[in-house]
Design a protein around this ligand. Structure first.
Ligand SMILES: [Ca+2]
Ligand SMILES: [Ca+2]
Length: 328
């Protein structure tokens, strides 16, 4: 009996050791696995942070190019300047950089619809910009009534600008409910919250519109055919051709030259000339950097807005959006 007990005790001891061994070995394999995973993650982390660091260099490089072009002649921005040369697969050590800069002042700025410095009881809508948007929406076959919802989304009041507009009452009935921003639009995607806008409408508009600080001007030297025609009803196929011909040969060097061209070459009257020059410029202040940085098998793509500051000397970057971070 005693010997059996002893034997059994011994057996159970061996059993315990076995269990312990099993636990230890599975722990060891767990540790090995997690170390391998940690290595994987720390390598990925290292690569990602190296890519993130490169973003700043690419942005600063873009700012440098824009500043150099700007300093050469602040009154003129045109498509033959250095900023408009894309960078394709440029190597910096182990990195490859792809980048291009778009002139956002070549587009219609939705925030220009609502006047910034408004006085009580006066119309808050800039009627000349409104007409440009009507021209653009008509040209793209988008219901022009949607413009009035943008105006209400931006303007401070809660009264509809026209019966096609929309204020809080409309958005509070949605599920989930929300309110109109009653403020300037920060990013074009915000339009998806505005009455009448969906992804399809936004995609149609995106090549021609931008969300910039209010009071920006459309650069006549960089704008494309669609926007140029939207600027004013009077710009039909003939005027468009004359303008494009002139700009291709010699971009307008300043607003005086542009004004003289409208009056003398296009024979436009004082009123129409003034309407056009009140919303246009020959230089640009707002740009969008679109870039991709590749390092080993990984890449990052991003966009960053770059604008000339109010001091008219320095450029600042803002609104960086990481589009994609992945492996090739
Ligand atoms: Ca309103
Ligand atoms: Ca409003």
């Amino acid at each position: 009996m005693l010997s059996y007990y002893k034997k059994n005790q011994k057996g159970s001891a061996i059993f315990s050791v076995l269990i312990l061994l099993a636990v230890v070995s599975s722990l060891v394999s767990l540790i090995i696995n997690s170390n391998q995973q940690n290595n994987y993650y720390s390598q990925r982390y290292e690569i990602n942070s190296k890519l993130m660091m490169q973003i700043h260099s690419v942005e600063d490089f873009a700012i440098d190019v824009l500043r150099t072009d700007y300093m050469e002649n602040p009154q003129i921005t045109h498509l033959n300047e250095n900023w408009n040369t894309p960078i394709n697969n440029f190597s910096i050590g182990p990195y490859s950089v792809f980048a291009n800069i778009t002139d956002l002042d070549s587009k219609l700025n939705i925030n220009n619809l609502v006047i910034k410095e408004r006085t009580e009881n006066l119309n808050v809508v800039n009627l000349i910009h409104l007409q440009s948007f009507i021209n653009l929406f008509d040209k793209l076959d988008i219901d022009r009534n949607k413009i009035y919802s943008i105006i209400d989304w931006i303007d401070k009041d809660t009264e509809r600008y026209t019966s096609s507009g929309a204020e809080d009452i409309f958005y509070l009935q949605k599920n989930p409910a929300y309110r109109a921003a009653n403020n300037y639009i920060q990013h074009l995607d915000e339009l998806l919250l505005v009455k009448g806008f969906d992804q399809q409408t936004l995609s149609k508009l995106e090549p021609y519109i931008a969300a910039l600080p209010s009071d920006s001007f459309i650069n006549i030297n960089t704008t494309g055919e669609t926007v140029m025609r939207a600027i004013h009803n009077i710009i039909g196929p003939t005027y468009l051709e004359l303008l494009e011909e002139k700009i291709q040969e010699n971009p307008f060097i300043n607003m005086n030259e542009f004004e003289a061209f409208l009056k003398n070459e296009l024979k436009l009257n004082e009123v129409i000339t003034n309407q056009i020059i009140s919303i246009t410029s020959t230089t640009s202040k707002n740009f969008l950097l679109n870039a991709k940085v590749v390092y080993r098998d990984s890449y990052i793509t991003f966009t960053t807005s770059i604008s000339l500051k109010k001091d008219n000397e320095t450029f600042e970057k803002y609104n960086r959006i990481i589009k994609k971070l992945g492996t090739i």
